[in-house]
Design a protein. Sequence first.
Length: 559
Amino acid sequence: GTEAEWLLPGPSSGLQRDPPGAVEGVSRYHGQAMPKGNAWNRIIVHLDLDCFYAQVEMICNPELRSKPLGVQQKYLVVTCNYEARNFGVKKLMGVKEAKEKCPDLILVNGEDLTKYREFSYRVTELLKTFTPLIERLGFDENFVDITELVERRLTEWKKASLPNISVSGHVYNNQTVDFHDPMHVRLAIGSQIAEKMRGAMCSRLGLTGCAGVATNKVLSKLVSGTFKPNQQTILLPENRQNLMASLDHLRKIPGIGFKTAKRLLNLGLCTVQDLQDCSVEILEKELGIPAAHLIQKLSWGEDHSPVIPSGAPQSLSDEDSFKKCSSEAEVKKKIEELLTNLLDRLYKDGRKPHTIRLTIRQFSATNKWFNRESRQCPVPSHLVKRIGSEDTSIKADLVSILMKLFRKMINVEVPFHLTLLNICFSNLKDPPASSKESIQFYLSQSSPSLSSNTTEDRNSENTWMEHQGKDSDVLPGERNTRCVQPKFHTPCLPTTSDLQRPSPLLPAGIDYNVFNQLPSDIKEEIISSQKKVRDSTETLWSHGESELGGKSPCHPKTK
């Protein structure tokens, strides 16, 4: 059920059930649940599932348990279980090398992410039975703010004269816990809650994972991998600097990605100590004031960013990486394959996308992972309604749009070499509840305009290759993301200046350009309903020329 069936030791002997649902002391921030209290008193858990893809495969096929297993995507072993790792197989190792190290390695194709995605959301939903403060980080990681759970448990225990508290799991650097220190006590309680979360994942979903318990997101993520697999570690505040000093590269700091690390290296900064000792003025000149201060704070393990609950993904994407794609026919075939999966996901999701984006990566010997370029455009209104339905012809229409976007980026008259294609549907909205509302939905839309850039939605889902290739970087990316309007050859209505007055067949307030793109049956229903209104009133022109609204699709407005 939806109730949290987890138990924690109560203030007295026996077990006590914590109430399900909303957590006391949780406030709202921009529509999201947020913890009360200041950032210094937070207790954050970072949960990282062990060899996630491999675990899912072993759950689906128990015969694979205790055998060396690798999950293959293209020519790489993207992850493997610990039996395979004992033979020297590593993540992102080539298939040939992996087979040489472990001849008995069993490989399972993991290019279809459907079951991994489903298990990932099962984990998140399970964690939400503890607290709503869950932030997803990819398929296999979650941040959980358990501050209020800890405070509530602490209050209950204080009322019962605070019985003995023990730490579940490890303490980083084997530091002694001082149970007279309020923060040490909170972290100890946090370790018990983390253990219950991991236990619930194992008993209900069959998944194991590691956990880190600390006072912020960065520290909890860094400490969670200290002991693997299926173990957990707490970090006491006094050991924060020891943890940061143990990092052997600046890129090990969450938030410092490839580009930022490269710019820091140009300043002669190679280690965490170098970054800590660097003058902030020097960093400001290179990175700008906000990024400079943020990065230096991260180097000290300071992070005040809140756990922002993850809602439904704001975009759905899929991609394919390959060694070479060099013809329009190949591109079209791969786009069709990606769309098949995406349309199925959109059908299950139930929401309607209003923006479509195509991303490509051209071959570059010097810039292997970051040479991406994107184009996006609005999904025409008459196609929005058909997406998610059983109308199979929608696929051909979307392929046509995507191929036009492709030709805006690639001159097909000269040789080209692609290594990746990504399709993303974004700006997802719930569909109207009825056909009447469906009409109103179309009429309320202004003419589509183009975005000036493409940004990855925080909750977007991407395949492993995009996750590997895109840094979690505090600095803005440098991808070429110019957007263009594809040539749809859609018949255009006259612009406002060309019209003397709106047609009496249409109700006032209708965007004529949107009406022009509606399916014929919707058009007929609108006109039919307006005829009835016209028969009962003589008012044909009460709102003037302003009723036209928006611009013609022939003259798109670029922000």
